[in-house]
Design a protein around this ligand. Structure first.
Ligand code: ZN
Length: 502
């Protein structure tokens, strides 16, 4: 019997998924085990896989099949998995075909040049060498946004690549509310920062014992090591070759207990999402997480709402003390709860606490949006960065490495990516609150090491759906509301007022 259009499209999508999975494994290996000398060969292998996947996706046949199937399948994606699959495939097809091949090539070339210039600029602590290459990257991103198309703001086109259907205006409105709360909150906290001491975390902690402790924490929250593994890398990350093959990484810092443990909880949160996707979506466009924001909501949930909770430390403190009897002798769960929640405004985004982290993101969102809209030039960027840091965090970078050269994202052309970190954080609180409404014993369960009810709730409401629903649709179904900063505001206000005796 001849294959129908749906089956033909599904077969193409499955092969594209296979190519992406193979590329993911090569990228994982590059950061975890590959000898340095393997880099040039690996870059070629990755480029070939990327090109093959792109060719398969942009084949005119895919466009024809999508058109044909759209006429036959007018179902509601919420109730019809085929309609949901077509929606995702349509988005990917249009994103891939709207950007001309020459622009894709120029983008990769500009990103590579800018990355090396960024490294050099950091070395010299001087923005100079990065200026021209970054201007080229911005120019190409503007062209890309124009090619992709948008209704209101040019930045929308880029934001949509990472957070489908999210709009610049909505992010700006949410961030404005957050700023009105966080800046004064930080002002109040700044008077009393020394009321919380985190000295116990900064001692010498044996690396092997830390490693074992990170595994214990991941296992406790329900990460399945028969369907995943943890390794070490310089920058922690998560990648999935399949829902049954999920790789997380962490880094261990001998002088700081928080580094490895919270990186592991964060990445295991990402990993649980990947492991929880419905196996029926394997090798299908629905078989991946729907957005970076939703992905980050899961990692932040486990890192902060679980890992930085009193209940978690009531359970985990005896385990930490058993691993480090000499270092943590006499340290109570309450001492540890306070230590892991110390607020410390700093210039470095990746070291920021729950209160100050969103402020770092707002600075970047404001600036990158202005660059893409044409309201700010690359020449004026370093000064604008320092001014914004001072306005949001009350700190002024002493040099460009602490300032505008801090993050890798812009060198790679990742404009529209930063906001997803904070969107994820806001959604993590909304989702955790919804879980708590359904699981009245959640805190008591966590305090006694029972984390499976939470994982199962997340699996049911978030994980298993993969890309079936658009992000805000998924959030609405899981929590009863779309993106709303108020639960995060309430959470920070209550938690930190109590911790700091405000
Ligand atoms: Zn993350």
């Amino acid at each position: 019997m001849e294959k129908g259009p749906l089956q033909r499209l599904q077969e193409i999508a499955a092969e594209i998924a296979d190519l992406h999975s193979a590329a993911a494994l090569l990228a994982w290996d590059e950061q975890v085990y590959m000898p340095k000398a393997g880099a040039p060969a690996r870059a070629q292998q990755a480029a070939t896989l990327r090109r093959l996947a792109h060719e398969k996706l942009t084949d005119p046949q895919v466009g024809e099949l999508l058109e044909q199937l759209a006429a036959e399948h007018r179902g509601d994606p919420a109730t019809d998995a085929v309609a949901a699959m077509l929606r995702v495939m349509n988005r990917k097809y249009h994103q891939a075909t709207r950007v001309p091949a020459a622009l894709v090539a120029a983008e990769a070339k500009a990103a590579s040049a800018a990355y090396h210039a960024w490294l050099q600029a950091r070395e010299e602590k001087n923005f100079g060498p990065f200026r021209e290459p970054l201007a080229e990257v911005v120019k190409i991103q503007v062209e890309k946004a124009e090619a992709l198309g948008y209704e209101d703001a040019r930045y929308d086109a880029l934001l949509d690549l990472y957070e489908p259907e999210m709009r610049t205006a909505e992010v700006a409105a949410v961030f404005a509310r957050l700023k009105d709360f966080l800046v004064p909150m930080l002002g109040r906290l700044s008077e009393v920062l020394d009321r919380v001491d985190d000295g116990i975390l900064y001692q010498e902690f044996d690396e092997d014992r830390q490693w074992a402790l990170t595994l214990e924490a991941c296992r406790a929250i329900g990460f399945d090591f028969d369907r995943g593994r943890q390794d070490r890398s310089v920058h922690p990350f998560t990648t999935a070759c399949d829902m049954d093959d999920v790789r997380i990484t962490t880094r261990i810092n001998r002088g700081f207990l928080g580094s490895g443990l919270f990186a592991s909880l964060h990445e295991a949160g990402h990993g649980l999402y990947e492991q929880g996707i419905d196996p029926a979506f394997r090798r299908s466009p629905l078989g991946s997480p729907i957005s970076l924001g939703i992905h980050e909501s899961q990692s932040r949930l486990y890192e902060n709402l679980v890992g930085r909770s009193r209940a978690f430390w009531q359970f985990f403190m005896p385990k930490a003390a058993a691993a480090f009897p000499a270092r943590l002798e006499g340290v109570t769960a309450e001492d540890m709860y306070r230590a892991v929640n110390k607020v410390a405004p700093s210039l470095i985004r990746v070291e920021a606490d729950e209160v100050t982290y969103p402020l770092h993101i707002m600075v970047r969102f404001e600036l990158e949006q202005a660059l893409i809209q044409g309201d700010l030039t690359v020449d004026d960027l370093p000064g604008a960065f320092d001014d914004a840091m001072e306005a949001y965090l009350g700190l002024r970078p002493a040099n460009s490495v602490e300032g505008v050269l801090q993050d890798i994202h812009w060198s790679g052309g990742y404009f529209g990516y930063f906001p997803t970190y904070t969107l994820g954080t806001l959604m993590s609180v909304q989702i955790f609150e919804a879980a708590r409404r359904d699981l009245p014993h959640l805190a008591a369960d966590m305090a006694s090491g029972r984390f499976i009810p939470l994982r199962e709730w997340l699996r049911e409401h978030i994980h298993r759906h993969g890309s079936r629903f658009m992000p805000q649709e998924l959030l609405q179904r899981a929590t009863g509301s779309r993106l709303d900063p108020q639960p995060f505001i309430n959470y920070v206000e209550e938690k930190y007022s109590e911790l700091y005796g405000l």
